[in-house]
Ligand binder design. Structure first.
Ligand code: TRP
Length: 367
């Protein structure tokens, strides 16, 4: 696509500090995209309003984590000069656009949204108690994307149904009101190991409540403890036994993080991950060696992030200033799109001179 037309947008719910699942799944790619510079605009935002849709028992948690997520962004290398970083709740136009989008989506279509479906089950909202805001968050997410005319949305595979729903809304809107909004495309992570990094306990997903995350802000000591207690192959009890790679978290993480260069640096007995895997499955390679290697690889990646974060934490007011400027920039774009939307919907009554003249005439002729 013409880079002048490319608008990249993505966001995160501020419900906790960001972890390495976020890093391999999205943050790393965002920083690459930012540095490639192949876009007209790039937005990354903190979805605090969306986080409230399923954290109403703890709004303070959401509020406190806005700064944590902002620190993690900057620590990973997002540059506010190149990327507009903003906070969702500060853009009132999002509510306005969502309000009109609500007319374009049926209740049953939302009920069929697989993400909503599984999340409703996962979060244990008992049938009737699903908050309306949560149920309709695919609609507000469509507003997040379209208000900025995003063409390209880098997110995990779990967000695919959201993007599909968003495209449907755009088509419906444009059908009714004329070509106004842009259909976005999802941009999935390219390395398959990155699609969904399991937790350190081998469970499906890293999640704060399961206590199975490695955070970007973890100290080297915390990292070491977490790697050492990671789930591997429960049948691999003695070193001589053949080990299994399937569901083996240490190898899944290595798939996501390590390069041949890491072997030269930290484990020169092997050329690459294939050799290490072959030895492990043949038998004779202990989990301890693999974990030590993984620790070194992760620590190598996380050390610069951790150090930058410690530096940034020294000036919190500066982070809020940066966010405030990002919100102002985002709002300019939001206001422009909303003007176009109102015009397309013909609800820009006071600017619509033709409408006023036409109706005045109609009444004049009926006299
Ligand atoms: N739903 C996304 C998540 O949970 C966060 C999000 C909200 C988002 N609005 C968005 C992502 C718009 C991309 C585009 O991670």
């Amino acid at each position: 696509m013409d880079s002048k037309k490319r608008i990249i947008l993505t966001g995160d719910r501020p419900t906790g500090r960001l972890h390495i699942g976020h890093y391999v799944g999205s943050l790393r790619r965002r920083v690459e995209l930012q540095n490639e510079g192949n876009f007209d605009k790039m937005y990354v935002f903190i979805a605090d309003a969306q986080a409230l849709t399923d954290n109403i028992d703890n709004p303070e948690k959401v509020r406190q984590n806005v700064i944590e997520v902002a620190l993690d962004y900057l620590a990973c290398g997002l540059d506010p000069e190149k990327v507009t970083i903003f906070i969702q709740s500060q853009i009132p136009e999002l509510c306005e656009l969502s309000f009109y989008f609500m007319d374009l989506v049926s209740v049953s279509r939302l009920q069929r949204n697989p993400t909503v479906k599984t999340e409703v089950q996962m979060r244990g909202f008992a049938g009737e108690s699903v908050p309306v805001g949560f149920f309709t968050y695919p609609i507000s997410q469509a507003a997040d994307i379209t208000l900025f005319k995003a063409t390209t949305v880098p997110v995990g595979q779990d967000q695919e149904p959201m993007l599909e729903q968003c495209r449907e809304i755009v088509r419906r809107f444009n059908n009714i009101y004329g070509e106004t909004l842009v259909e976005p495309n999802i941009m999935l992570p390219d390395n398959s190991a990155c699609l969904r990094l399991p937790g350190t306990d081998g469970k499906a997903k890293m999640s704060k409540s399961l206590g199975n995350c490695i955070y970007l802000s973890d100290t080297a000591k915390e990292l070491k403890q977490k790697v050492n207690s990671m789930y591997t192959d429960p049948e691999h009890i003695h070193i001589e036994q053949p080990g299994h790679l399937d569901g083996n978290t240490v190898f899944i993480y290595l798939d996501a993080f390590c390069s041949d260069e890491d072997f030269r640096k930290f484990l020169p007995d092997y050329q690459n991950l294939d050799e290490l895997k072959a030895h492990y499955t043949r038998g004779g390679l202990g989990d301890g060696t693999c974990k030590k290697f993984l620790y070194n690889v992760l620590n190598d990646r996380l050390t610069p992030i951790r150090e930058r974060r410690l530096e940034l934490q020294k000036d919190i007011p500066a982070i809020y200033d940066m966010l405030c400027q990002g919100c102002e920039r985002a709002r300019q774009a939001a206001v422009e799109t909303m003007d176009e939307v109102r015009k397309a919907m013909k609800i820009n009554y006071f600017d619509d001179k033709e409408l006023i003249v036409e109706q005045a005439k109609r009444y004049a002729s009926s006299k």
